[in-house]
Design a protein around this ligand. Sequence first.
Ligand code: SGN
Ligand code: CA
Length: 528
Amino acid sequence: MIEWNYHKTGALLTTGLLAGATACHEQPKTPDRPNIVYIMTDDHTAQMMSCYDTRYMETPHLDRIARDGVRFTNSFVANSLSGPSRACMITGKHSCANRFFDNTTCVFDGSQQTFPKLLQRAGYQTALVGKWHLESLPTGFDFWEILPGQGDYYNPDFVTQRNDTVRREGYVTNIITDDAIRWMDQERDPSKPFCLLIHHKAIHRNWMADTCNLALYEDRTFALPENFFDDYEGRPAAAAQEMSIVRDMDMIYDLKMLRPDRETRLKSLYEQFIGRMNPEQRAAWDAFYGPVIEEFYRKNPQGRELAEWKFTRYMRDYMKTVKSLDDNVGRVLDYLEEKGMLDNTLVVYTSDQGFYMGEHGWFDKRFMYEESMHTPLIMRLPKGYAAHGDIPQLVQNIDYAPTFLEMAGVEVPDDMHGESLAPLLRGEQPAEWRDALYYHFYEYPAEHMVKRHYGIRTDRWKLIHFYNDIDVWELYDLAADPAEMHNLYGKPGTEEVTADLKARLQALQEQYGDPVRFGPEHDKDMPR
Ligand code: SGN
Ligand code: CA
């Protein structure tokens, strides 16, 4: 089994897979109805969590979840984009069934079955605070308070349950956490178990840190990833994207090099964002970025030097934004501990997808390639769940809904596509576990110009079909080529594995009811 785990510290986690597998011992009793605190961030990739990867930054509070609980080393999404990922998670179904295909044209049908509704019906108190991004208003929650669309980092607006919009003073990651803790502490019905979704805006583009973290990491420099200057040979869809750090990252909007006499495509959007700041926030922002801007325009780097400069600034801004997340996750853990609730609560930390930190020269996500199909998934388990350490099975974000339901003692509906992870969390080694994952990305033509594609990933192989205005297959041997640089499709010697993967891909499409059948002639079946 190949684990999505580029640079892990062997020492950090013990492989505790067998913890629950001591056959002669009685299984510890799992609690009947644990609380569920489901923390999800936006675009937080495993490269930027020290429990997965030690090259870049320290995330001590997230590491605490992994150290005390479990770390999934083969965790993936079904469609690497915010709205679609959220729809997959909340329904336990692939996009073809929940009908939320992309961020730009879809409105979530809130009358459909979701796990919060099923938990609520079973007597759980349910709440959602933060990013929602499904366009219709939330259903199935006793309490909710959401950011409109992507939300803002500074002094964000929230849409409340009364359907009014309230502007709040402060930094978004702190406010979401304050409100989540306030709900647990003062507003919920303490006689009932609860399920709380804390869904952050951070670390979404354009990576605006809290003023108190602006000065951090300024002494850090990073080597460009080996494939930063990828030539995309044999991969025309990869060549066609618009998510290159060198070419597409905006000097002002993304990298904050604001100067009155410079214009960039996204400058006015950046001005709106910083225009939301109060005088103290703005003064701290300008005090930090002013000298960086001055130095940048004075030195005027070009070519490779400019590429390195952009990559460095991107990494630092991203890390500063993660710092607030890590600290705020620590606050939630401390609160649960202080109230004596940790042992009766499932704490989940994940992201709506992974992200490129310069691999292939990119930022953003969307592709079925590893960095963006993978998503971090760590959990602290309620007492009685025996798993500890790494869980290597192939899991996907459609699995969260059935997992929460099974752990809450609620029957998992047959039409959910996901598998409950509860057996893995009990430390069992199920003889039959899925051996392949299905993926389908639809948002094209659109921002970043990643073409429509679907595919299958097994523990060793990945087969992808890019379609719509292109008809290209890609095949990767992840054991030999984890960076997915060599498209083996059509190469002599791969006939058998290709035929096998195509048959399995088609079987998955049939299983999930996805109408695609290998070819542009089927585009008419697709949404839009
Ligand atoms: C915005 C960003 C994109 C990003 C999408 C989707 N552009 O449109 O870079 O890919 O969100 O992200 S921006 O100019 O508005 O920042 S997602 O995580 O919500 O799916
Ligand atoms: Ca996202």
